[in-house]
Ligand binder design. Sequence first.
Ligand code: PEP
Ligand code: MN
Length: 346
Amino acid sequence: MLVMMQRNATPQDIQAVCDAIQVLGFNPLPMPGALRTAIGVAGDDGQVDTSHFEGMAGVASVLYDSKPYKQVSRDWQPEKSLVSIGHGVVFGGTEVPVVAGPCSVEGEDEIVHIARLVKAAGAVALRGGAYKPRTSPYAFQGLGEEGLRQLALARSETGLPIITEAMDERQADLVAKYADCIQLGARNMMNFSLLKHLGRLGVPVLLKRGMSATITEWLLAAEYIMSEGNRRIILCERGIRSYDTATRNVYDLSAIPVVQRLSHLPIIGDPSHGVGIRDAVPPLARATVAVGADGVIVEVHQQPDKAWSDGAQSLHPPQFEEMVRSLLPIAEAVGRSIMGAGTAVV
Ligand code: PEP
Ligand code: MN
């Protein structure tokens, strides 16, 4: 339930409504907006009598929210969230950040080198995995904390903020010491204890869509993080499972505008995992910007054929450079711009 206050409601009116919500045994969540404050009633099971609030001073209306997710919903916060990961990189505004890097961190020289290359081509953040969720336990599992240290070095060499995955609570604590944003991967989207932990850590989270998650399940995963007090969430569409073996996944571009109607959270697209085929990544990156995504993330490797993971979908650096260049007019056509465009050597 949501109590919408009048534009001229006083701080005392707002406090009185919060107190009344508390007396009923629920948690009030005041959300000051540009024009007026909305007060969410967390934990409301639909049984609260609206007339309780309708007559109170400063109350404009009381709304019932039929959606299972609350705080991530546009009903609760009509204006879009801006999520900063530091170093001037903000998701959700008119500027569209491009994030790039190898699937796995493979060594100090390698990560610093690729960070320089992607930055020169227009990337504003570096992503690489130190803890890798591999389908086989015998596949390369990532360099662990050494990989985190190498990512931090790449950040100090280039100024690019770093995004990297954590697969459990212990890793998350460690990753938070090094990274600017923690990736919660597709395989963990329904790891509810990890979601809550990330909510308490308060570090920005890149929340990937689960392999077969519905949009509602995905937004509920975001709600888990937000319900613990962390509002810095960036959603990432990365393709969903289908029966078709011709592509790695079905890259669900339709999710991007649909989620933007349902939620105020920024949403970016990952065509690399979405399609899994290198040459199909640039056209899908263009489509990602065209449908209005708040960012694009792709895998790039100096020598994709030698990559320790996901080589088949990793772009060669010149391909990435060409891709970023091609995004500029598309962003402009949809009233956006590519972040950093004009400053990078594109
Ligand atoms: C990755 O980003 O390398 C990755 C494993 O992604 P996802 O969780 O989307 O499969
Ligand atoms: Mn990968």
